[in-house]
Design a protein around this ligand. Structure first.
Ligand SMILES: [Zn+2]
Length: 463
């Protein structure tokens, strides 16, 4: 290595520090413009209003999902991007049918109606419904302990609450979600005839929360119906079971699984000025559950992602890399859109360097969770002072987002927007995930935070 003389070393350090600080000044000016434009001249909230109130819940394979594809494609076309197109993908189709009905029948014959909803992907009950005794369990180990003798012919009731002392509610959700996803598959092995799952929320209320479930490789003839019961219903059922272990539970649902149907991911891009063949992706998922508008999950992520590209156009920022917005279809009950996008990127040998997802609600942004190597984590953390004025401070390593993760292994950096998570699971997958739950400023701050990270990744590149 060539050694520098003292005067040239001083000269070098002086000018490199000037260029570093000039970069930082330029970056901070750009971030200020991004936040100001998002907060004073934003479009995300209007888009979300339309998606939520004019279109509504967008379950894969539904008319509403199709309308959302058409609407977002049209809106992206209006932004004057270099390219907007639809990427074909086959998606599962499941319909709920008429509203579910359930009651608890005590030993004296008294019936109390209870709020339930079918889990996404569940089979229906027989036409007359099912009525049976209930076995309450906390986890799959309890099933093994009880065995077939105590479970066969009954309804298994999974009642393990989300852990309340975890600050990141996403972790609490993750810790309880196997009951919903695999409860029916596991209980069927012991001869259960149905499954009830405590809704995955920390809030005590009467609204059941749906969500995806799987039967694994259980043969069709052995698949049992599965429903979520509201948290208040779960508490009530549990307390009654202590007094009357042989009470009966009745429920009826007529959901249906159809053949797969064609649908689309919606994609728009601004072609890179320096690296047109290096791609940076920002996205959320266009589909939602059917019980509400899906405004937070994930209408918010969709419009925030669209807003990132709109802000760049509005500010006349021409990115170095090609920046794509991808509105993924079918995250909720199949992830087919995310899988398709990753598969196509690999097939076309498109070099993806960065992807950012928003799928944790449009609440006040706190930062990002990152899936990448130490060098990229360090670079992103070095931008913390630029984010400080906007109260963005989390740059943790952790789960990025379901739709972008299929690219893992073929991409340098994956990131997920981390908004405040305390209220998200109050409404997640329930009838309460509606437009009025979204605060305009919080939504816009999230979009600006995403655009800021996208700008910094674009201008400085990945490590
Ligand atoms: Zn989601």
């Amino acid at each position: 290595m060539k050694t520098l003389s003292i005067p040239s070393l001083i000269f070098f350090l002086f000018f490199s520090s000037i260029s570093i600080s000039q970069n930082a000044i330029q970056d901070s000016i750009m971030l200020k413009k991004i936040y100001s434009t998002a907060l004073t001249d934003g479009k995300a909230y209007d888009w979300l209003d339309y998606l939520s109130n004019e279109i509504g819940g967008r379950l894969s394979g539904s008319i509403e999902a199709e309308s959302a594809v058409n609407y977002t494609e049209e809106q992206l076309n209006e932004l004057g991007l270099d390219k907007v197109w639809l990427q074909s993908v086959m998606v599962p189709k499941w319909t709920r049918g008429f509203k579910e009905y359930a009651y608890i029948e005590t030993n004296s014959g008294d019936k109390s109606v209870t709020n339930i909803c079918a889990l996404g992907g569940s089979v229906p009950t027989p036409n007359l419904g099912i009525k049976a005794e209930v076995v309450e369990v906390q986890n799959f180990e309890d099933l093994t302990k009880l065995g077939k003798d105590k479970i066969a012919g009954k309804i298994v009731f999974f009642n393990r609450p989300m852990q309340a002392d975890l600050i990141h509610t996403g972790s609490a959700y993750g810790g309880a979600s196997n009951q919903r996803y695999s409860g029916a598959e596991q209980a069927a092995k012991y001869g259960a005839i149905g499954v009830l799952v405590r809704s995955l929320t920390l809030k005590l209320d009467d609204s059941p929360h749906t969500g995806a479930m799987s039967y694994g490789d259980t043969p069709n003839s052995q698949r049992i119906p599965a429903a979520a019961i509201s948290t208040k219903g779960a508490e009530y059922l549990s307390s009654l079971l202590k007094l009357q272990p042989n009470l009966q539970f009745y429920f009826k649902q007529n959901c249906k699984i159809w053949d797969d149907v064609p649908s689309f991911n919606v994609i728009g891009e601004i072609t890179g000025s320096v690296h047109p063949n290096k791609f940076m992706v920002v996205g959320g998922h266009l589909d939602s559950w059917d019980l509400a508008d899906g405004a937070q999950d994930d209408g918010a992520g969709v419009v925030q992602s669209m807003e990132v590209l709109r802000l760049f156009k509005k500010l006349n920022y021409r990115p170095k890399h090609t920046i794509r917005v991808v509105l993924f279809m079918n995250e909720e009950n199949g992830l087919r859109g995310g899988l398709k996008y990753a598969e196509e990127a690999k097939r076309k040998k498109e070099k993806h360097v960065f992807a950012l997802e928003s799928d944790s609600g449009g609440y006040t942004p706190r930062g990002f969770s990152l899936e990448t190597d130490a060098a990229n984590v360090a670079q992103i953390r070095s931008w913390a002072p630029l984010f400080k004025p906007y109260l963005i401070h989390l740059f943790d390593e952790g789960y990025s987002g379901a739709d972008i993760r299929p690219m893992k292994g073929n991409i340098d950096v994956l990131a997920g927007l981390q908004p405040d998570s305390q209220r998200y699971f109050d409404i997640h997958h329930s009838e309460n995930d509606t437009f009025d739950q979204v605060n305009k400023r919080e939504l816009e701050l999230g979009a600006a935070t995403m655009a800021s990270l996208m700008y910094l990744m674009d201008i400085h590149g990945v490590k």
